[in-house]
Design a protein around this ligand. Structure first.
Ligand SMILES: Nc1ncnc2c1ncn2[C@@H]1O[C@H](COP(=O)(O)OP(=O)(O)OP(=O)(O)O)[C@@H](O)[C@H]1O
Length: 333
């Protein structure tokens, strides 16, 4: 089990003559990934999703808060001692073109991490060969065809599957899939999503899925937890189906209005959400981060940052939670 609590991350971006500008990417994010579970983060571009995925995979540092992996807080370890923990969490690179070394055959690509695994588990070369074939078959490609070939000799879909097979060489407990950086086209994307769903069921591996698309959030992690993130803050969370059928934060509702059917949502609206502003521009950080775009804002929202309040299952950070449907103004004809 992996627990993240209060994760914050601020980037320093080179600014104008006044010096570097601080860009808060994550502002105190908490979540738990259970064994075999699915956790989805959804939000629009720039909200901090990719940063979060990289932090969970141990590829990015964080400023405060902690990640606890199977009871061990990562802050209690020196960076090199964190590696064995983070190895259990594999980020699936979504750009199959740059993720594989073009000068290595697939056999060589899989051999390196399998050799490490063989050493750790006291196995030999025969096991490595067998495991490479087994993993390729698991991701739905013919080992005999793929193993001797170079990445450029394979289709985009095959390359993406090889990337997933490589992630599986270390027997990960969690796969992190950041769809927002996906370079693959729609038809391949659906195949990869189906594969991730299948691997979750067959290997009991957990999935941390990062997306800006509610339909894929539902497809891959419909039985898991959904976290809606806005400008680095979780504004709503809960069981995916429950949040989708009963969103209370106006931002979640505006995201959901992109899908045609909303079961169980009262619809006296629609109310309109102000279009996306340039997220990093001179936003006031006092008060609710969504206030400027929110159709329900009051003076209180401008002054008070709402904390995440939970009813035990579903949580929201809104001073005026709504049981109504709102739509982003971009979607209005
Ligand atoms: N290496 C970096 N240096 C400076 N700022 C960064 C860096 N990486 C991300 N940021 C900033 O942090 C914020 C969050 O970025 P992040 O990539 O995590 O968002 P995202 O939700 O994944 O966006 P997208 O869906 O477009 O990938 C953005 O404002 C971004 O400009």
């Amino acid at each position: 089990m992996i627990t993240a609590s209060g994760i914050t991350k601020t980037y320093k971006q080179r600014g104008n003559m006044l010096g570097a500008r601080a860009v808060p990417a994550l502002r105190g994010v908490d979540f738990t990934i259970e064994k075999g579970g699915a956790v989805t983060f959804i939000g629009e571009s720039g909200c901090g999703k990719t940063t979060l995925g990289r932090i969970v995979a141990g590829l990015e540092t964080y400023d405060s808060g902690d990640i606890v992996i199977d009871g061990t807080p990562m802050s209690s370890l020196k960076p090199r001692h964190r590696q064995p923990f983070f190895r259990r969490i594999q980020l699936i690179h979504q750009d199959p073109y740059s993720a594989l070394n073009p000068t290595r055959t697939i056999h060589q690509t899989l051999a390196a991490p399998l050799a490490l695994r063989a050493k750790q588990t006291g196995r030999g070369k025969a096991w490595m060969e067998e495991r490479a074939r087994e993993l390729l078959a698991l991701v739905g490609i013919d080992p005999g065809y793929v193993l001797p070939r170079y990445p450029h000799q394979l289709s985009g879909g095959m390359r993406q599957r090889v990337v997933i097979a490589r992630a599986l060489t270390v027997d990960p407990e969690v796969l992190v899939a950041d769809e927002s950086v996906s370079m693959i086209d729609v038809s391949l994307r659906l195949g990869v999503l189906a594969l991730l769903k299948d691997l979750r069921e067959r290997l009991d591996v957990s999935v941390l899925f990062i997306t800006h698309d509610i339909a894929t959030a539902r497809y891959i992690g419909g039985d898991g937890e959904l976290y809606v993130i806005y400008r680095g803050q979780v504004v709503e969370s809960g069981p995916t189906e429950r949040v989708i059928s009963g969103p209370v934060h106006p931002y979640t509702q505006s995201l959901l209005s992109a899908i045609p059917v909303l079961h169980g949502v009262e619809r006296p609206g629609p109310e309109r959400v102000v279009p996306t502003e340039a997220l990093n521009e001179a936003h006031s950080d006092t008060g609710c981060l969504f206030a400027r775009r929110c159709p329900f804002r009051t003076d209180r929202c401008e002054a008070e940052l709402p904390a995440l309040v939970s009813d035990g299952e579903q949580a929201h950070a809104c001073l005026h939670p709504q049981r109504r449907n709102v739509i982003p103004v971009e979607a209005v004809a």
